[in-house]
Ligand binder design. Structure first.
Ligand code: FAD
Length: 487
């Protein structure tokens, strides 16, 4: 988990250390999807054969994007890929210049109209709602992510809960289904120290089943036989009455949010974080799913499985098995995982092997395996699946399998997801192939989402950056449109 100086946290998108972003200021401007030019929008109505993910047809992929927007996004993504420019931006953002009010305001102003607009949905729920409506015109949905503070005290948890609940309320005024899920981070509604202590105790109980945890509620299995337990080397003290109360308050906050989501008929997805606190996050997620998912065709509560962990597939199987036995439809968002370097460093510092797969290929295999397992489940039974990835191969494999299994737009249980402002070609390609696609859309005051923006700047920097495929396809499409205009 990344924590900024003002206590704001986000999972980082890749393992690279946070770098800067005034690169952003100079570099990137938004590709906000808008109603397309008439000539090109016609093309987007031609269907792609169902289930086929075609990412080379740039004309069709960007048919819902106006030429002006495409030109702007392409130019700015190209600029972001120029490393020296990005590096200079990073330097400015880190320098003491930012301590000067006037300079800070100026830089934030530039970022607001460029990078912020590209990667964030707005400064508040109203703006975020408008962005969701624009996405809807392009046939894409939104996952709303309120930018919030990682909490150490109950007061802050209460404030954060209010923010999440306001987000749920704001989706009620949007057209049905235009927002696919609400995202919550449990570290924002339950104090961090309690999550660490609960994770320790759960881990110890896994090692020594005779360890009694009086506060523990019904849950699905959180560990598998191969789950590492090096975080907890000696028997932890039981929770103090105060810690038990804080845990209960955290759980009540989550349940309150679940109730709001149930009333608004929108699922809630709990983000995964680092392994020091993930057992407590899974525990609270599963306990809440047991209360809220029964009787729903599409689950209300979704957990997140990080496929870069060696024990991910086993844990996914165990949790699904238990959910079936209890008659609880369970939803999972499957991601690769965003804390690679900090996880490996922690394990190494304690003299243990990393919990992360030994190679990226093993992570890819595990991701595809988990995706395939979940697709089989939702095709034949209850549950829900969000495939959150920018990886084109994973997207293609999952799309082909979903198509073979007969899962498409009509099936509300499958959602593909990418970050807002990233992997537009994959999102459009999946949409054209007939799947439900969402963008993960953080919103909040610019200073709060700054750490998130810094990581997006880092990713799009350099010639081998995450935006390479998008940039190439945008360029080709612009050339084609220019040629059409001239002829
Ligand atoms: C909609 C959405 C929601 C997300 N929610 C979460 C969340 O709740 N929690 C979370 O942790 N992350 C989350 N992420 C981030 C995600 O975990 C990945 O960091 C990010 O999506 C990059 O992975 P990828 O699948 O797009 O594919 P790629 O870019 O193909 O894969 C990169 C990933 O592979 C893994 N990897 C890289 N090198 C190695 C190596 N040497 N050995 C082993 N594995 C390696 C890492 O996980 C890295 O992030 C989310 C991403 C999206 C799009």
């Amino acid at each position: 988990m990344m924590t900024s100086s003002n206590g704001i946290y986000y999972w980082p998108l890749n393992s690279a250390t946070t770098t800067s972003a005034a690169a952003a200021a100079a570099a990137v401007s938004p590709l906000i999807i808008t109603a397309a030019d008439d000539a090109v929008s016609e093309r987007s109505r031609l269907p792609t054969p169902a289930g086929q993910l075609k990412l080379d047809d740039h004309e069709k992929l960007f048919a819902s994007v106006s030429t002006a927007k495409l030109l702007r996004a392409s130019a700015n993504l190209q600029a972001a890929a120029v490393k020296p420019m990005a590096d200079m931006g990073m330097w400015v953002m880190r320098s003491r210049l930012m301590e000067t009010e006037v300079v800070r305001e100026l830089i934030l102003g530039i970022i607001r109209h460029t990078f912020f607009e590209h990667f964030c949905a707005g400064e508040d729920a109203v703006e975020a709602g408008r962005t969701v409506l624009r996405l809807r015109e392009a046939g894409i949905r939104g996952m709303l992510v309120y930018a919030l503070e990682y909490a150490t005290e109950n007061d802050a948890c209460d404030r954060n809960l209010d923010g999440f609940i306001r987000t749920v309320h704001s989706t009620k005024s949007l057209p049905p289904s235009s927002a696919s899920l609400i995202i919550v981070k449990i570290t924002a509604i339950c104090p961090m120290r309690v999550l660490e202590r609960v994770s320790d105790l759960l881990r110890w109980q896994h090692k020594d089943p005779s360890c009694h945890l009086p506060w523990k509620l019904n849950s699905f299995p959180i560990f598998s036989d191969s789950s590492p337990t090096y975080h907890t080397l000696k028997r932890p003290e039981p929770l103090t009455p105060e810690e038990e109360r804080d845990l209960q308050l955290g759980h009540e906050r989550l349940l309150k949010l679940c109730r709001e989501c149930e009333e608004a008929n929108i699922p809630l997805s709990v983000d995964a974080e680092h392994t020091a606190v993930q057992p407590a996050i899974d525990y609270l997620t599963y306990a809440s799913a047991i209360t809220h998912n029964r009787g729903h065709d599409v689950p209300i509560v979704y957990g997140t499985m990080q496929a870069y962990l060696k024990d991910a597939k086993e844990r996914l199987l165990l949790a699904c098995q238990a959910a079936d036995q209890m008659g609880v439809p369970m939803g999972f968002k499957v991601v690769r995982g965003a804390y690679m370097s900090s996880e490996s460093k922690l394990a190494a510092s304690l003299g243990y092997e990393s919990p992360i797969h030994n190679s990226i290929q093993e992570t890819h295999d595990c991701y595809n395996d988990c995706a395939s397992f979940m697709l089989d489940r939702i095709a034949n039974g209850p549950g829900g699946l969000v495939l959150a990835t920018h990886n084109v191969e994973s997207g293609k494999m999952a799309a082909a399998k979903a198509h073979d299994l007969g899962i498409g737009k009509v099936n509300q249980r499958l959602e593909f997801a990418q970050l807002y402002g990233m992997s537009e070609s994959l999102s459009f390609g999946l949409r054209n192939a007939g799947f439900q696609v969402s963008k993960y859309m953080p919103f909040g005051p610019i200073d709060k989402v700054m750490p998130y923006l810094l990581r997006r700047a880092e990713e799009n920097r350099g010639l081998l950056s995450a935006s390479t495929v998008d940039r190439q396809l945008m360029r080709k499409e612009l050339k084609r449109r220019l040629k059409t205009m001239i002829l």
